[in-house]
Design a protein around this ligand. Sequence first.
Ligand code: NAD
Ligand code: TYD
Length: 362
Amino acid sequence: MSDAALAQRALVTGGAGFIGSNLVRFLLGRGLDVLNVDALTYAGNLDSLADVAADTRYRFARADVRDRAALERLFAEFDPQLVFHLAAESHVDRSIVAPEDFVTTNVVGTFTLLEVARRAWGDDGARRFVHVSTDEVYGSLGETGRFSETTRYDPSSPYSASKAGADHLAHAYHRTYGLPVIVTNCSNNYGPRQFPEKLIPLMITRAMAGEPLPVYGAGDNVRDWLYVDDHCEALWAVAQRGKPGRDYNIGGDEERRNLEIVQLVCAELERVRPASDNAALGGRAYRELITFVEDRPGHDYRYAIDAARLRDELGFSPRESFESGLRKTIGWYLDNARWVERATSGAYRDWIEDNYGARLDR
Ligand code: NAD
Ligand code: TYD
């Protein structure tokens, strides 16, 4: 299919979140009309879309994916040819503290959206419903091996279990009703506009503020990192050329241990904003802020993606290396101090206290 033959109206759920706001921008750049459907939870941030808000091809609707009537209305009005479903509760640590919203949003919300799409689309096989999921559904790897699309689901946290449930529903809607659903399972994303509860933006923002950098356990857990723009490109490739009913793993082929990442963040900050020029550091180097804290319960040791299917069938490979992506990411956070300030005020402080208070006081 050429770009010209492609669908013009895309509905993105969770478009005010980290990946969603980058995807909305990406799709507008491709000339699509985009409807962003987002409930604006703590993780939804319209500041991330301020620069596209006035674009006549962009529309925002505040709605919850658990609200069937609202979704039906939006489908009737906008008649999307493409759905990218990203709305979710997405943070593992929060799912350990308060799992309920993970089940209702991730499982029931996905069910509700699938059901509304099925009824609105009938048997129109030219539409596409891209269900965006995570590699965490596969559980944990040891020192070797990688996840492929045939790896057995074995989720560890309430977050990954709820995403696994949603993935199964998405597949069931294809097998049972023929809904043109594609499921993607992606590794850890990083990049601009990520809420500073996740590892990389948390470490950047805390280091800049001279606060302890809490590394769980010994910091030897491994994640496979993908720059968010590469994820957007991959989702686009899947929507254009992916086969309905199939799943695609998406990864960066960039495995790093957590401690190495925190050290890289410190080194890059030292280079671009030396601690000696940052009053918040009080004479310390950034790396002196690294603090080992109590581990996450059920902490998956290692994730790594075998993305051969995406490469061989759809011709997709990521462009950004981890080092260049991390430099860009740090640059973005330094250049967007106001976004950071607004994101880390209010309820954010309560989360830091809830999750890290006792760990850092030890
Ligand atoms: P995020 O937490 O930054 O954003 C989630 C968005 O969903 C927010 O804008 C929030 O307001 C919205 N939302 C939450 N509950 C909602 C509800 N009930 N109704 C409507 N909107 C709701 O998440 P993210 O990191 O951008 O992740 C987006 C998707 O990608 C998620 O489905 C996640 O599981 C998946 N994913 C994320 C990663 C990653 O590394 N961040 C990796 C693989 C897959
Ligand atoms: P995170 O960004 O929460 O993503 P996920 O748990 O979905 O992989 O965490 C990435 C890794 O970083 C994970 O192994 C947990 C670790 N981590 C810390 O060591 N300290 C922290 O404060 C956070 C948030 C994460």
